[in-house]
Design a protein around this ligand. Sequence first.
Ligand SMILES: NC(=O)c1ccc[n+]([C@@H]2O[C@H](COP(=O)([O-])OP(=O)(O)OC[C@H]3O[C@@H](n4cnc5c(N)ncnc54)[C@H](OP(=O)(O)O)[C@@H]3O)[C@@H](O)[C@H]2O)c1
Length: 271
Amino acid sequence: MLTQKIGFIGTGRMGKALIEGILKKKLVPSQNLWVCDKIEGKLSFFTKYGIKTSLRIKPVVKNTEVIFIAVKPQDILQVLEDLKSGIRTSQLIVSIAAGITTSYIIKKLGKKIPVIRIMPNIALLVEEGMAGISAGKGVNLEQKRLVRKILGAVGEVIDVPESQQDAVTGLSGSGPAYIYTVIQGLIQGGVKAGLSQEAASKLAIQTALGAAKLAKESKSSLEELREAVTSPGGTTIEGLKVLEKKGLEDCLAEAVVKASRRARELRKEAN
Ligand SMILES: NC(=O)c1ccc[n+]([C@@H]2O[C@H](COP(=O)([O-])OP(=O)(O)OC[C@H]3O[C@@H](n4cnc5c(N)ncnc54)[C@H](OP(=O)(O)O)[C@@H]3O)[C@@H](O)[C@H]2O)c1
């Protein structure tokens, strides 16, 4: 178990999912966790675990060594304003906010605070998350190890230079939504081809899961895996011809690029 006292500012989808992961894996004793959100109703979920809650940021800053900021990028400036007076250089800030850089956070806090920027995704709820991690100036190895450990408990983690975090945001941060769209398309097709909605859903979701697992575990490339299930004159090749004609791969690639660009825009809007 980790011994550090850890705070969370923002307990929406991502903040709550991370805390749930920490609790599920028993990474941190619940009495060492502090959470802050703007609405009382959101905090009651945490009190039942013995987690300390507050509507104000002050007690979280005062009592913790590591502070996760899990608010929307447009709300981060206010959070940094509220952190500014109480934050100490011995503390570590971990930001999840899309597009927001470590240097922006340090500048707004006006102190040389170590900051780590992370970009996880919602699949951490089922311990299959994917996160990119970038350490800003002044972060030590122990601090980085701690954040890796937390994210590693709920999925996979890769180190990326901070300049690539917008790309991580566009790919794996937003990626679950693209995969759901692909699955929805498969379900629609299955229903059109004669299946019930229920059967088509089960077939599509398990197919996506199985294909991803095989791609992850196999030594073969994606092309080789695709070739292995595509025989000339067979059924799969007919389906693939449609995807090629309609440009599915290009569409997905463009979605990632557009989402990455949006992360950059969010950074500008936060200024
Ligand atoms: N959702 C994803 O799949 C995903 C994936 C990767 C990264 N992210 C990043 O994760 C961050 C959080 O996203 P989310 O989807 O979890 O957002 P969310 O559901 O809106 O959660 C943010 C929470 O923070 C609260 N909050 C806002 N300002 C606050 C303040 N000053 N003090 C305390 N609490 C405050 C919000 O309250 P109100 O709602 O009342 O304002 C809300 O409960 C974002 O920066 C996003 O870029 C999200």
